[in-house]
Unconditional design. Structure first.
Length: 281
């Protein structure tokens, strides 16, 4: 009978952390902070105003309305109620976008970070490098959010108000799914993973692979993230759906097929948006 080898843990400065708990903690932080944003922005208006599918949470509205969440006032919550944003407003918006990245993008790298290969011992390095790249994308997201809000295309619930603009976003995403840039990003993502899995280097090399993987993921997934403008930036139903889609696309053996399905779906949503405003559904 073979002797069972206990699962290895990742040691940092005297602490032993299993990769699954580290990643789950990061993902939980992202979803929790996103929920705090949603609670702060509700203002008794009903969750249905935050995008399609969000109306199902209105059943909780009575309970939430009768309970004062005063601690939310002390958190850096993005409200976008003033066109003249301050540095604090910008940082608050950045925290919102970064929490979305933690909630939506980190789950897609779970299979890699749970690998028993040597590079998995530098989970912190890989994860920080990966998140550093997405942090730069968050800056772009904040800039777009400000421009859209100042131009009157984004309402106080952070949903696109123009069905034509929503259609443009979906058509752009759909077409992008069939481009060579998207295909190359998927191929390069696999190559980076292969190199990282066969590496025995420490933190520095893990950071390098994390940033490289982050850049390929940005090229492949960032357009999908921008669909949140059409669905509603605080639409946690859409966030959950996109998280599943990006997880499948990132880890599936049939990437090309899933990419096309997503592209077709985006185009169909674009056609639908020409006649109906998704934010009002």
């Amino acid at each position: 009978m073979e002797k069972q080898v206990p699962e290895k843990k990742i040691a940092y400065s005297g602490f032993a952390i299993e990769p699954i708990w580290l990643i789950m903690a990061v993902v939980t932080m992202g979803w929790t902070y996103t929920m705090l944003h949603l609670l702060n922005l509700n203002h008794d208006a009903g969750y249905g105003n935050f995008g399609p599918g969000m109306g199902i949470f209105d059943v909780f509205n009575t309970y939430l309305k009768d309970n004062s969440y005063l601690f939310l006032a002390n958190l850096p919550i993005c409200t976008t109620f003033d066109e003249m944003w301050t540095i604090y407003s910008g940082l608050s918006a950045f925290s919102m976008w970064f929490s979305m990245v933690l909630a939506m993008m980190v789950p897609s790298i779970l299979p890699f970070l749970m690998s028993k290969r040597p590079v998995a011992k530098s989970v912190w390095g890989f994860l920080f490098g990966y998140l550093a790249v997405w942090a730069l994308c968050c800056v772009v997201g904040v800039s777009l959010q400000y421009l859209l809000y100042a131009g009157g295309y984004l309402n106080n619930q952070m949903v696109i108000t123009s069905h034509w603009f929503s259609a443009f976003i979906f058509f752009t995403i759909g077409i992008y799914q069939f481009t060579q840039v998207k295909a190359a990003a998927c191929i390069n993502r696999k190559r980076v993973i292969d190199r990282a899995l066969n590496s025995s280097s420490g933190y520095g090399m893990a950071w390098k692979y994390g940033t490289q993987y982050g850049m390929t993921c940005v090229k492949g997934c960032c357009p999908l993230m921008l669909s949140m403008f059409a669905f509603g930036l605080m639409n946690i139903v859409a966030m959950a759906g996109l998280t599943i889609l990006m997880y499948i696309e990132t880890n599936s053996s049939f990437v090309e097929r899933h990419t096309r399905y997503i592209g077709i779906t985006a185009i169909v949503l674009g056609v639908f948006s020409l006649f109906f405003n998704l934010g009002s559904i």
